[in-house]
Ligand binder design. Structure first.
Ligand code: TXA
Ligand code: MG
Length: 348
């Protein structure tokens, strides 16, 4: 593929958001910030534009894309509830979820209308849709006035991007522009829920906690975390290698087994309370040992900085990384979503 010049557009200048919308309307590729992670946007109802996303990311063609729209009505127009196995229940779930979470980090999956190209949904008869809660993303959607397909803005298999700099690391020269709107609030992708059967199925854990979903519908179901064979769950993208930084050896280690790494040359990603405990038990980490990044004990704060930490280790040319396996607390925080990403990032 020939290299493009990827422009970095400062989103604090309104003209740049207008320019980004023009690039998109001309079937170009623009990475833009959302409240979860950066998305790699293209016109979602245009097969040619969507194909460019698959090429730039080197994304397997069996992995469908999320369509982003500006409001719930535009989302509703993409779904064909009559085709659902339980149309009334699916519509009721749509009403409940869209009211509770949009704009926000929830993606709904349901039967698609026929005008949505097959390439967008990777040939599936259902489409994933989300209304992002980010002023720049929303302004862009209004200017483009059409659904924008946007997977996370990273080359396939690599960690998601939570800043314009991360997007550059894997997509520079492959896309037309990056709209730089600073770092993302959640730092973790949206929670994906299939509502078509009338019983919500959580296909991907994400920035909306399981408990928040259960508050809306106590009968929601979800698959075990880090599961790599999601063929039967209907979310084909989760079968692939994911979120992997370019590091030779990555291990997921429980706190109880961390002490042997404290004075080693391996790099560490650990929580604050663990760093305090290890230092108290074993003394300060030697200066010549590997890089340590300490993330918050609060799971929302942890999630916000997680992908940035993976890119920092990569840029530091880390060859052996120990990821602390964070403890599952409860369904109300993001520990299960983070564990899912830790398991995937370390299963190379
Ligand atoms: O927060 C997010 O969701 C970000 C921002 C940019 O919106 N996007 C994102 O997209 O994470 P991506 O492509 O990296 O992940 C989309 C996930 C994949 O697991 C994919 O398999 C699933 O959503 N998905 C998309 N369309 C689907 C469909 N029709 N049926 C089932 N799963 C679908
Ligand atoms: Mg992704």
């Amino acid at each position: 593929m020939s290299l493009l010049t990827t422009s970095i557009l400062d989103a604090s200048k309104n003209d740049n958001i207008i320019l980004a919308s023009q690039i998109l309307k001309q079937k170009g590729l623009v990475a833009f910030p959302t409240e979860t992670v950066y998305g790699l946007g293209a016109l979602g109802l245009d097969s040619e534009a969507v194909e460019r996303i698959f090429i730039a990311k080197q994304r397997p063609p069996h992995n469908p894309l999320i369509l982003h729209v500006a409001n719930s009505l535009a989302a509703k127009n993409l779904f064909n509830f009559a085709e659902c196995s339980n149309p009334d229940a699916a519509q009721l779930l749509f009403a409940k979820f869209s009211k509770a979470f949009w704009p926000g980090p929830l993606t709904l999956v349901c039967n698609k209308n026929s005008f949505i190209p097959n390439i967008t949904t990777a040939g599936l008869n259902k489409v994933a849709v989300r209304v992002p809660n980010h002023p720049i993303a929303l302004q862009l959607l209004k200017l483009v006035d059409a659904p924008i397909a946007a997977p996370s803005a990273n080359a396939s298999t690599r960690p998601s991007s939570t800043s314009a700099r991360h997007v550059q690391i894997t997509l520079d020269g492959k896309i037309d522009a990056i709209l730089n709107g600073g770092s993302c609030l959640h730092g973790l992708e949206s929670t994906v829920v299939d509502i078509s059967s009338g019983i919500p199925q959580i296909l991907r854990l994400g920035a909306v906690s399981i408990e928040s979903i259960l508050k809306i519908t106590p009968n929601a179901t979800w698959k075990s975390i880090g599961q790599t064979t999601h063929e039967s769950s209907g979310s084909p993208g989760l079968t692939d290698k994911h979120y992997a930084p370019k590091i030779n050896q990555i291990e997921l280690v429980e706190f109880a087994n961390l002490s042997k790494h404290w004075k080693s040359s391996a790099s560490l990603l650990i929580q604050t309370k663990s760093a305090i405990a290890l230092e108290k038990q074993l003394g300060p980490r030697p200066i010549n040992s590997g890089k340590v990044i300490i993330l918050s004990d609060n799971t929302a704060e942890y999630a916000k900085n997680f992908y940035d930490a993976l890119y920092q280790f990569e840029l530091n040319e880390t060859s052996h990384l120990i990821l602390e396996k964070i403890k599952k607390k409860n369904k109300s925080d993001l520990s299960l979503s983070i564990l899912d990403r830790l398991i995937r990032a370390s299963s190379i």
